[in-house]
Design a protein around this ligand. Structure first.
Ligand SMILES: [Zn+2]
Length: 164
């Protein structure tokens, strides 16, 4: 028994009917989505996408970090991405704590995380505005590339485009 038996067994079934062997690593719909790791988000399903259509970049809080920018550069120049959607969501755990809160919580378990920056989100609106600017003003990405933000509501399934 391993901690992963359930997922390995599920994959055996999945592979029996696998039909995507003809896909390439390019984003067929030219889209990259930056979203949160939240387990309630099904990025392909909620955007009407399927495997092969888009690059999905996920992290805690859907933040545009240095690593997300690095990945977007590769996605644009090597993998067919022509537009970027930054998609945080309602009820995000990252909007409920500060970095100090996280350090305090981990320190209760004897772990000092102060060398990590968690990119917690005191204001989701402000964070999204900031992150969109980061993508739009990156000197490494095309100036005219469409970049949009939208908030996904985990209660209703609705996506609301951001005015930023
Ligand atoms: Zn989240």
């Amino acid at each position: 028994m391993s901690a992963f038996d359930d997922v390995y067994a599920a994959n055996t079934k999945f592979a029996k009917n696998f039909g995507d062997s003809g896909l390439t690593g390019r984003a067929a719909r030219g889209l990259a989505v930056v979203t949160c790791m939240d387990s309630r988000i099904d990025p392909l399903g909620l955007l009407g996408l399927k495997a092969g259509d888009a690059k999905i970049l996920r992290n805690a809080g859907a933040r545009v970090t240095d690593d997300v920018l690095r990945t977007l550069v590769l996605a644009v120049y090597l993998l067919g991405v022509e537009r970027v959607l930054v998609m945080p969501h309602t009820d995000c755990g990252m909007a409920k704590v500060t970095d100090s809160d996280v350090h305090a919580l981990t320190s209760e378990r004897g772990v000092d995380t102060r060398s990590l920056e968690f990119h917690t989100v005191p204001s989701q609106d402000e964070a999204l505005r900031h992150d969109l600017i980061r993508v739009r003003t990156s000197p490494f990405l095309p100036e005219d590339m469409p970049v949009a933000g939208a908030i996904y509501d985990v209660r209703t399934g609705c996506l609301t485009p951001s005015p930023h």
